[in-house]
Design a protein around this ligand. Structure first.
Ligand SMILES: CCCC/C=C/CC(=O)SCCNC(=O)CCNC(=O)[C@H](O)C(C)(C)COP(=O)(O)OP(=O)(O)OC[C@H]1O[C@@H](n2cnc3c(N)ncnc32)[C@H](O)[C@@H]1OP(=O)(O)O
Length: 244
């Protein structure tokens, strides 16, 4: 099991992304490890997505390093040879949702206050093509298109209805259910499951691998724009105001 632990909201900072990638690599290289449950140790939050402070007021070099780390975590989770189950035990906007979408199966705590979705548009930013591809591959084109354009965050019941999460279970049953799903997936021979997973996911993975440097350049150019920086600053202010 892998538990995201970066209070208060598990925002995906460069440090957390790097630790996460190293832990995944270790598990991937351990032949005895055939599956991983990804969850959070922060109450009520799975992950608040990318750490916005990593994308605000920093240098081009920093944005480059940060975006490479974001790409890396997606590539590792999405193309993992292990069975990956997301036990979504709290809200999971944007990058947090991407982590869950990249797993093989998603189980979410049945709490209507928890929400999940790719809400980038609400921040005035655009989800890159590989976020979009991952989303489309889970929920289909129409639902993804509407949800992405509106930057929707879906409540747990709504997310289940849309197919964004596979199952809802009472919060106290989440880990038990995740273990049961893992056992069910691990009952199959690894090679058949892994080859099938590769067949299904390879086109999307290959697309980023082929355009990785171009994608970094696009991100750095986009995020460095004063208008985008302003949107991000305003969003952070809104988060702080909402709190007080
Ligand atoms: C080409 C560009 C593509 C770039 C792609 C980006 C994808 C992303 O992931 S962008 C990030 C999107 N994330 C969000 O919109 C989530 C924002 N956060 C929330 O909605 C809420 O914080 C929460 C529902 C996750 C939790 O709510 P809660 O009431 O428990 O906590 P808060 O008081 O709101 O937050 C506590 C603390 O944490 C700061 N914070 C929250 N989220 C982030 C974040 N993603 N990055 C950095 N910091 C974050 C928040 O401002 C509070 O800080 P202070 O205690 O200093 O006020």
């Amino acid at each position: 099991m892998m538990k995201l632990k970066s209070p208060p909201v598990n925002s995906l900072s460069l440090e957390l992304l790097t630790e996460f990638a190293i832990s995944l690599e270790k598990l991937e290289n351990n032949r005895a490890c055939r599956g991983v449950i990804i969850t959070s140790s922060v109450p009520k939050i799975f992950s608040s997505g990318l750490d916005i402070t990593e994308m605000c007021g920093k240098s081009m070099e920093h944005y480059t390093e940060f975006w490479r780390a974001v790409q890396e975590i997606w590539l590792r989770v999405y193309s993992s040879s292990m069975v990956t189950v997301a036990a979504v035990n709290g809200s999971s906007p944007a990058g947090g949702c991407l982590i869950a979408l990249s797993c093989d199966y998603r189980i979410m705590a049945e709490n209507p206050k928890f929400s999940i979705g790719l809400n980038e548009a609400q921040l005035g930013i655009v989800a890159p093509f590989w976020f979009k591809d991952t989303f489309v591959n889970v929920v289909g084109h129409r639902i993804a298109e509407r949800s992405l354009q509106l930057g929707s965050l879906h409540s747990a019941p709504e997310a289940h209805k849309l197919g964004l999460v596979d199952e809802l279970v009472p919060e106290e049953k989440l880990m038990e259910k995740a273990a049961a799903v893992m056992a069910q997936w691990l009952a199959l021979p690894d090679h058949a499951r892994q080859l099938t997973k590769t067949m299904m996911r390879k086109p999307v993975v290959d697309r980023l691998v082929a355009h990785r440097e171009e994608d970094i350049k696009n991100f750095v150019t986009f995020i460095s724009k004063e208008s985008i920086q302003k949107s991000l600053r305003m969003y952070m202010e809104m988060l702080k105001k909402r709190k007080s």
